[in-house]
Design a protein around this ligand. Structure first.
Ligand SMILES: Nc1nc2c(c(=O)[nH]1)N[C@H]1C(S)=C(S)[C@@H](COP(=O)(O)O)O[C@H]1N2
Ligand SMILES: [Mo]
Length: 280
């Protein structure tokens, strides 16, 4: 069993239940319904292939939903429900005991982390942009981010270069940030979230894109702490992304802008030959 610790009262199972309740865009099927549907689509599918053209005519004669004959529609929805269930959110990456955490090297300084000029954290604000490019808000550390439920996780950070480290990240779940500040996207999720370093560092910009489900996963954090201490600047202060679902390439340090978008975002390391999804 995965060991998932949270400083707040919502357990993982609570969260899974809450997510499932939100999934009103796909039919939620009970085990019995799933079994019935499997049998039904296997039977209709088998009958259709056996009887050939005559059956195809029968299928075509069936009532249509969204211009797709009902029996084919059932199968399609069935596949989608299975896929959504397998995918999330009940799969957690392994967690470790905090005593297993070790120091992690500074790796990657794109986006203004390369120079030693200290970043003006006091004046840092995190911009949030909507799908039409409109600015939706600006957030500060104390009132907006540290005010969210704080959680800790000890996970393995994996870099595509072939090294990994067990580390303890602390911060707020991205999903809690969305629920608190942008509940409209809980109702109507976008397909992707884009994250970029602050515009001050536009000459050496770092940017990543992640799929919605990975962003909303309970182990995806806006982290402000590393191994029990405040993030140092080279590790991404004041806020970075951490998620054990993705390689380090996606775990952007020093977030400046977050964009909710339906277009697949540009991604620094994808443009240099790495896989866009970068899933683990
Ligand atoms: N802004 C920024 N974030 C970044 C990078 C970077 O170059 N710039 N490199 C990424 C990579 S490839 C890794 S492995 C991790 C390393 O995080 P660390 O420096 O805290 O070990 O940061 C990620 N986030
Ligand atoms: Mo990396």
């Amino acid at each position: 069993m995965a060991r998932w610790r949270s400083s707040k009262t919502e357990t993982h199972d609570d969260r899974v239940a809450r997510y499932e309740a939100l999934e009103n865009d796909v039919p939620t099927l009970t085990e019995a319904e799933l079994r019935l549907r499997t049998r039904r689509s296997v039977l209709t599918g088998g009958a259709a292939s056996l009887a050939g053209l005559a059956s195809w005519r029968w299928v075509q004669g069936q009532p249509e939903v969204d211009r797709i004959p009902q029996v084919l529609r059932d199968t399609h929805e069935f596949n989608e429900a299975i896929w959504r269930r397998l995918y999330r959110p009940n799969k957690l990456a392994p967690t470790f005991d905090p005593s297993e955490a070790t120091d992690i090297r500074v790796n990657g300084r794109h986006g203004g982390l390369e120079n030693d000029a200290p970043f003006d954290i006091a004046n840092w604000q995190m911009r949030v942009v909507g799908p039409d490019g409109e600015e939706l808000g600006r957030h500060v550390m104390e009132d907006d981010l540290l005010a969210l439920p704080q959680t800790e996780m000890t996970v393995e950070h994996k870099c595509v270069e072939g090294w990994s480290n067990v580390v303890t990240w602390g911060g707020s779940r991205f999903s809690d940030f969305v629920e608190t500040h942008y509940p409209q996207f809980i109702e109507n999720p976008t397909a992707y979230v884009a994250l970029e370093t602050p515009p001050q560092n536009i000459n050496n910009h770092f940017y990543v894109g992640l799929d919605w489900d990975s962003m909303m996963h309970p182990q995806t954090l806006l982290a402000s702490r590393l191994n029990g201490e405040e993030l140092s600047q080279p590790h991404g202060a004041p806020i970075r992304l951490t998620t054990p679902l993705k390689y380090g390439t996606k775990q952007i340090k020093r977030i400046g802008t977050i964009t909710f978008t339906n277009e697949r975002p540009a991604d620094y390391w994808t443009e240099r030959g790495y896989d866009w999804y970068a899933g683990l």
